[in-house]
Design a protein around this ligand. Structure first.
Ligand code: GDP
Ligand code: MN
Length: 387
């Protein structure tokens, strides 16, 4: 799960990681109130969306008077912000963060993520922080420092000092790093984060280390033990079809192609996407209805796939094990009664009660294209969308 910068900064504050003074605002009036309470200019106004690259996209601006605060807040609130992370359609800005403007001496990069290949936690840092970190990572990876922490032993003071020494920051700042990095690590660990990132982590002109930006992602599978984090969820920022699917416990992820997929089991879903690609097609989604799906879940899955207007054809690929083929067939028939199916549907099923399933589909009078096997299914569906 992703959260907003202002929420991530609330957590930083709770763990005593220094952040600029400021507050979230949902309207121009609120933004003015926050700016007045800060008591000096410039203030920074930052669009709050679940995507980075806001600075370059025009979503981070300075204001030097209350008049300017009004003007900038009005401009950013409601704008469709397009950044390299939002896709070309962009995201509508519904809230802004209003903060004190700080005098920046240097912009650093700092993040903490799990490193699967070593089964450790890795702290990454760079002197070349700021808005071009992706380019630094791609072109000059040697400028990214990595320090690994064994999660069994936890973070030790030398980890933080090593990061600071290698960033060439001087003794006064080494002390601040030695305090802040363990706090960030504790936040990362206690909340089952999959990412804690500060870009930029700034050194101010008066030599203070402050998190100017804040990004935190959480492991969804651990959210059940962090009810306070669940309250940060912002459905406006999520794909509406993914939100709908999550209501029915469907494992649904929207993709860029035009072939809708309904599959049971994550492994079969991955394999199905592979064969579609191999046959020259592009999947519009990943949907695993689950091993033990009911007719109702199949129906909901089918409805969700069909409500994606990019979908030009649907492939149903089911291996009937726990989910029997007759149950699947009933779900498909029910879904067809409730929603108008305007696109071709190719179906391949195998397994328990497959004969019964085929009979139900045949007698339903639905216009389905039956495939012999998975390869045949992928070829049929890919040639349909190419026509
Ligand atoms: P992002 O582009 O979405 O990652 O948004 P950031 O929060 O990182 O802001 C982008 C850039 O705006 C930063 O790299 C800074 O250069 C600049 N910026 C943000 N806050 C301040 C501030 O208080 N003072 C100054 N001078 N620049 C700021
Ligand atoms: Mn940033």
């Amino acid at each position: 799960m992703k959260i907003h910068e202002y929420q991530a900064k609330e957590l930083f504050d709770r763990f005593e990681v220094p952040i600029p003074r400021g507050s979230v605002a949902f309207s121009v009036d609120e933004a003015v109130k926050v700016a007045e309470s800060l008591g000096k200019f410039p203030v920074v106004i930052k669009a709050q969306i679940h995507a980075g690259g806001r600075g370059k996209g025009g979503g981070v601006k300075l204001a030097n008077s209350i008049e300017e605060v009004k003007q900038v807040a009005d401009e950013i609130l409601g704008m469709t912000l397009v950044t390299h992370q939002t896709g070309p359609e962009g995201k509508v800005v519904r809230k802004i963060l209003v903060e004190e403007g700080l005098d920046i001496d240097k912009e650093l990069y700092l993040s903490i993520i799990p490193d699967r290949s070593t089964a450790k936690v890795v702290i990454m840092a760079s002197e070349a922080g700021g808005m071009d970190i992706e380019e630094v990572a791609a072109k000059t990876p040697e400028k990214i420092i990595k320090v690994w922490v064994d999660p069994g032993f936890g973070i030790q003071p030398y980890h933080a000092r090593e990061v600071a020494f290698r960033l060439n920051v001087g003794p006064e700042l080494v002390k601040q790093f030695a305090v802040i990095i363990p706090r960030l690590y504790r936040l990362f660990f206690d909340y089952d984060c999959s990412l804690v990132e500060i870009n930029p982590l700034i050194i101010t002109k008066d030599k203070k280390l402050i998190a100017l930006d804040a990004k935190i992602n959480f492991d969804d599978n651990a959210l059940y033990r962090h009810k306070d984090i669940l309250e940060y969820r912002d459905l406006d920022e999520e794909d509406p079809l993914e939100v709908e699917a999550s209501k029915y416990n469907l494992n649904y992820i929207r993709l860029d192609g035009n072939i809708g997929n309904m599959v049971n089991g994550a492994g079969l879903a991955m394999a199905t996407m592979d064969v579609i690609k191999r046959a020259g097609g592009e999947p519009a989604n990943f949907l695993d209805v689950g091993g033990g799906a009911s007719a109702e879940m199949v129906e909901n899955g089918f409805r969700i796939i069909l409500s994606d207007e990019k979908v030009k054809a649907v492939l149903i690929n089911i291996f009937g094990g726990i989910l029997r083929c007759d149950v699947l067939a009933k779900g498909v028939v029910e879904a067809n009664k409730k929603v108008e199916v305007k696109v071709p549907v190719v179906i391949r099923m195998e397994g328990t009660n497959v004969e019964e399933g085929r009979r139900i589909l045949q007698e339903s009078g639905l216009n389905l294209i039956v495939a012999r096997d998975i390869k045949d299914a992928a070829e049929k569906i890919s040639s349909i969308v190419k026509e």
